[in-house]
Ligand binder design. Structure first.
Ligand code: NAD
Ligand code: DAU
Length: 379
């Protein structure tokens, strides 16, 4: 594929910044345009190390603003789009579903419609073009937790063969499962996925959709479990575990997700869906204990010093019990595997947050403080 000008939306956010960095560094001949509205979750500080590279540029814009998006795509003769911009936090979606429908559904439709208008105006039309939509495993709903103590996993990868990998049920999310979203966030993502597929089926747009499990790593906004808890442990603040902490998530190091996106963008088959996951299931409470153990060790605190920070709070409404991705299609067809053992990835991640307190303070100042206090009022 000869794509040379790639528009990445949401590149100032957590995963987007890793994708932008990878593409800018790996493909000096490509022009990488990062389009981001810079909401509370978008931060150009995430891209400081590459912002001066000649193949990188930034446009501050809202994906819902069709005229601006069309102009950016047309003026730059964009031939590939990797669409990550979204509202991404489930708890926020429970409080404010309208914003999620607007950004995730209307915003995606606006991106699709703008790409269609430009690409269909060209003599070669869709040839050599790619619209790659980044979605989530949450669209599949929740899996049963049939083995609360965990069982031997039916699949392993190099990175998941470590001692902590367990499966908590026999069923997994595969690409052919029907969508059953439960939260306003996942309902909005599901709707956007449907629009992307509809643009392939109706207009012949070369689209790809991937559904990934929970990412962790540097630059994640500290309202999400891992960065929030590391920051709270450091400052000896309570760790609000929802419900009993029995919910299971499948964790993937963010750079492994970015590598998968690179591979699929270049070699994935049009109109296909690929699931991306780490074969790395953890119960929340076990993650929390690991975070305490490793953070305390890195801070030189005695073992067990911060165990009493664990505070069980009211459960998240509609809290999905278990997510577990079956990513064998991607492994088999394109040879992708997660590269990091969880123990290694989590220590690297915690170390990064401890060494980047300025970044954390910066992104959690101002309006976010008010939101956070409001969110936990009464819990
Ligand atoms: P994030 O919240 O960290 O970043 C989202 C980015 O999108 C921010 O930079 C924000 O400014 C930008 N944005 C939001 N609304 C916008 C708008 N209207 N116009 C332009 N830009 C806008 O999100 P993330 O965790 O990096 O997730 C990125 C994508 O990956 C999302 O589509 C999400 O659904 C998906 N995803 C996330 C995970 C995960 O674990 N974080 C897992 C699977 C899929
Ligand atoms: O599965 C992919 C999804 O992973 C992405 O699509 C979402 O964008 C991303 O935010 C993430 O969703 P989760 O809801 O799983 O992530 P979060 O970090 O918010 O929560 C992880 C688990 O920890 C979840 O079971 C809820 C629980 N939790 C979370 C927070 C913030 C707590 O117990 N306490 C908390 O304070």
């Amino acid at each position: 594929m000869s794509t040379r000008t790639i528009l990445i939306t949401g590149g100032a956010g957590f995963i987007g910044s890793h994708v932008v960095r990878l593409f800018v560094n790996k493909y000096p001949d490509y022009r990488i345009i990062n389009l981001d509205k810079l909401t509370y979750a978008g931060n150009l500080a995430n891209l400081k190390d590459i912002e001066d590279k000649p193949n990188y540029s930034f446009v501050k814009a809202d994906i819902c603003d069709f005229d601006t998006v069309l102009k950016v795509i047309t003026d730059n003769r964009v031939d590939g789009i990797i669409h990550l911009a979204a509202e991404s936090h489930v708890d926020r979606s429970i409080k404010d579903p309208f914003t999620f429908a607007q950004t995730n559904v209307i915003g995606t439709l606006s991106m699709l419609q703008a790409a269609k208008a430009y690409w269909e105006s060209l003599p070669e039309k869709y040839e050599g073009k790619r619209f790659y939509h980044i979605s989530t495993d949450e669209v599949y709903g929740a899996l049963e937790l049939t083995h609360p103590e965990g069982i031997e996993p039916p699949f392993t990868t190099k990175a998941s063969s470590g001692k902590h990998h367990l499966a908590y049920g026999e069923s997994f999310f595969t690409e052919d499962l029907k969508y059953q979203p439960h939260s306003p966030y996942s309902a909005a993502k599901a709707s956007s996925d449907h629009f992307v597929r509809a643009f392939h089926d109706t207009y012949g747009m070369p689209t790809i959709v991937t559904n990934c499990s929970n990412n962790y790593g540097p630059y994640q906004f500290p309202e999400k479990l891992i960065p929030l808890f590391v920051n709270n442990i450091r400052h000896r603040k309570p760790l609000p575990v929802y419900g009993k902490g029995e919910n299971v998530r499948d964790w993937l190091y963010v750079e492994d997700h970015a590598r998968a996106i690179d591979l699929i963008f270049h070699e994935g088959t049009v109109a296909e869906t690929y699931n991306i996951g780490g074969f790395n299931e953890w119960k929340n409470i076990d993650i929390v204990k690991t975070l305490i153990r490793v953070t305390d060790r890195l801070l030189g605190r005695p073992e067990g010093a911060d165990d009493d920070l664990i505070t069980y709070v009211t459960d998240r409404a509609g809290h999905d019990l278990r997510y577990a991705i079956d990513s064998r299609k991607l492994q088999k067809e394109l040879g992708w595997e997660p590269s990091l053992q969880f123990e290694e990835g989590i220590e690297k991640t915690i170390r990064w947050y401890l060494e980047n307190q300025d970044w954390l303070d910066n992104v959690t100042s101002g309006d976010y403080q008010k939101y956070y206090e409001e969110m936990y009022k009464g819990r």
